[in-house]
Each structure stands twice: as structure tokens, then as C-alpha cells.
Design a binder for this molecule. Structure first.
Ligand code: ATP
Ligand code: MG
Length: 326
């Protein structure tokens, strides 16, 4: 399997500030994240709000500078590249914002928003740009008349399509989709998801798909990564993660959707309480304060990702669990 992107031990910390801008500590939004993105796949990224999903996407994109770690894209370590050097690589990596409205300038007509990235990143003439813009607009299923409209004159689903068109004009290799269906009603969601699939085939794209919606992830992704407080705690093929989750955190996430196709997919325990303060991580395993299976070892030693079954999970007792369920 050919990795288009290799992320290694990526760290990104944000200062916690109190009164008078005094620094009180650090949030370890990314606390050592490692994974490969395989050429052509859709990798799902799931986890509770605040676990670092968007930060991971933005750090890969160079919107945030990593504090440590490596991001290899086609053999080049792009982590910490100077903004100017990063720009030529960035064209090939694109991030679709969680809020599509926010990526469009409300004062600009859609046409101008679509020309802008091409003006910045390419030397195409106006006529060449116009051809590319119209071609992409057709690919995302919007009528040409929309080029003369303002963002507020089109629907949320159409804004999503424009956001995507904007990215695709640059002919990226990897697209990070951050919550691409949130705020859309179910029928629009379905057409947008179909569109993502068609565009992936047409433009030979690789996606990382960040979503709260486990049903969307299950339907769209070949593999899934589960994040908890700045770390990947489980990663593997979608079918294995959904049918035999190994990490207790994944098990409890999935227990929140107990019935799929009428079949109960996990033992039913629910997450206890809120995640701990991300500025004060527990010792050892970061999930242990909410884990029904935690033992003394979990407070002492942080579990590393290990191959268990078809997936990798970071739990001292995941093997015991697989023996039990076998
Ligand atoms: N620019 C920033 N400055 C300070 N803290 C930040 C910043 N961006 C994110 N954080 C913090 O980093 C942590 C991870 O945030 P992030 O936005 O990556 O979460 P998320 O998993 O995308 O959540 P959601 O599902 O709600 O979108 C949170 O504790 C958040 O408050
Ligand atoms: Mg987010």
C-alpha cells in the first residue's frame, strides 16, 4: 500500500491563558499523532468534540505550525516548512473548512471566489481560468448562473459545493473534508456524499474525512482513525472497527449507535462523564478516568498503538477483550 501522506509523532500545543493574558498551561491538542494516508483511500477521523480533529487537519495543511513531528508528503517533510516553501506544496493538499460559509468572502460573487485561488497559485490567463472555473462548476453540479451570485444568495448545500469547487480548481491530490455534512439536511447530505465519491474517481483524490456522524464514516471510508484527547487510540479497516472495536473508547462511541441493521454491534456501556480537562491529562492512559476496565497498570504506563486483529489499538487490555469476544 502506497502512503501519499505519512504523519509521525505530530504535536501541536496551544497556550491556556487566564486573566491579564497570563499563561496558565498548555492544551496538547495533538499529542503525538502518527498514521499513514494511503493513496486513493477515504480515511475517516472520529472522536468527541475538542479531541483535536480539526487541529490535525489544519496542522497537516500548514494552517497551524506543528510544535514537533514530521509530515511526509510525496517524500518531502512539509512540517515546519517556511510559509513560502509550503505554498507550492499546499496546492496539492487542500482543507475544506468545517463551516463552508466562512471560507467564502461575503462581498465577493461566487465567480470571483473561484478565480482567486487560481490567481494566487497559478499563472493561468483570465481566459484559461474561466475555462477551468466553468469545468469545475459543472463537476460539482452547479449552474453557471451561480457565478454571478453572492454566498448569501445560495443554500448551505450549494455553499458546500462552491467550497469544494474552490479547492478543486487547484487540482489537489489530498483533500481534508472537515465535517462536510454538518448542517445539511439528510437528502442534501446524500447528494453531497455521492458528489465526493464521484469527484474522487474523476480527479484521483485521496480524502481524510472528519465527521461526528458514524453512519457517514461507515458508508464512505475504507479505514477509520479514532481520536481521544490529542491521540489516535484506534485505527484500522472500517468493517473491523465497526464490527470488532478493540479500544474501550471506540466501543463506547459505537454503543451510542446501538442498532445498525437491527444488529447490536457492541456491548452496551456508555461513556462516563466528560473528557478530562485537556490542560491536565491523566497519567498513563488518557482514557482511564472514563474507562470501565481501567486497572492499576493504566495509571502507570501509557499504552502504545499495537496491532490487534486487523487494527491497531492503544489499550493494555485490548487483547483480553478480543479473546473474550472470539
Ligand atoms: N487556535 C486555537 N487556540 C487555542 N486553542 C485551540 C485552538 N484551536 C483549537 N484549540 C483547542 O484544541 C483542542 C482541539 O480542538 P479542535 O478544534 O481540533 O477539536 P475538534 O476535534 O475539531 O472538535 P469539534 O468536533 O468540536 O470540531 C480544543 O481543546 C480546542 O479548544
Ligand atoms: Mg473540528
Amino acid at each position: 500500500m502506497n502512503a501519499i501522506l505519512q504523519v509521525r509523532d505530530l504535536q501541536r500545543h496551544f497556550p491556556i491563558r487566564g486573566a491579564f493574558n497570563r499563561q496558565l498551561g498548555w492544551i496538547r491538542a495533538l499529542d503525538g499523532v502518527s498514521f499513514d494516508l494511503i493513496q486513493g483511500e477515504i480515511l475517516g477521523l472520529v472522536g468527541e468534540s475538542g479531541c483535536g480533529k480539526s487541529t490535525l487537519g489544519k496542522t497537516i495543511m500548514g494552517i497551524h505550525r506543528p510544535d514537533a513531528g514530521a509530515i511526509h508528503f510525496e517524500g518531502i517533510n512539509i512540517a515546519g516548512l517556511e510559509p513560502r516553501a509550503h505554498r507550492s506544496v499546499r496546492r496539492h493538499l487542500q482543507y475544506a473548512y468545517q463551516d463552508p460559509g466562512a471560507s467564502l468572502d461575503p462581498r465577493w460573487k461566487i465567480g470571483r471566489s473561484l478565480h482567486e485561488p487560481l490567481i494566487i497559485h497559478t499563472n493561468l490567463s483570465t481566459a484559461e481560468r474561466e475555462v477551468r472555473v466553468r469545468e469545475i462548476l459543472r463537476a460539482v453540479g452547479l449552474p453557471e448562473g451561480h457565478l454571478d451570485l453572492y454566498p448569501h444568495e445560495i443554500s448551505g448545500g450549494q455553499q458546500r459545493r462552491v467550497g469544494l469547487a474552490r479547492i478543486l480548481t487547484l487540482q489537489p491530490r489530498v483533500v481534508i473534508l472537515d465535517e462536510p455534512t454538518s448542517g445539511l439536511d439528510v437528502s442534501v447530505q446524500a447528494t453531497v456524499l455521492t458528489l465526493f465519491r464521484e469527484l474522487r474517481a474523476a480527479f484521483n483524490l485521496t480524502y481524510m474525512l472528519i465527521s461526528h456522524d458514524l453512519a457517514v464514516v461507515r458508508m464512505m471510508c475504507q479505514r477509520v482513525a479514532v481520536m481521544y484527547l490529542g491521540k489516535i487510540v484506534e485505527i484500522g479497516p472500517t468493517a473491523d472497527i465497526f464490527e470488532r472495536p478493540r479500544h474501550p473508547y471506540t466501543q463506547s462511541l459505537l454503543a451510542a449507535i446501538p442498532q445498525i441493521g437491527g444488529k447490536r454491534i457492541t456491548r452496551d456501556f456508555w461513556l462516563k462523564g466528560e473528557p478530562p480537562d485537556p490542560g491536565k491529562l491523566p497519567s498513563g492512559c488518557r482514557f482511564r478516568t472514563r474507562c470501565p476496565r481501567a486497572e492499576a497498570l493504566c495509571a502507570e504506563t501509557e499504552p502504545e498503538l499495537r496491532l490487534i486483529g486487523a487494527q491497531h489499538a492503544a489499550c493494555h487490555f485490548a487483547e483480553l477483550d478480543s479473546l473474550r469476544s472470539a
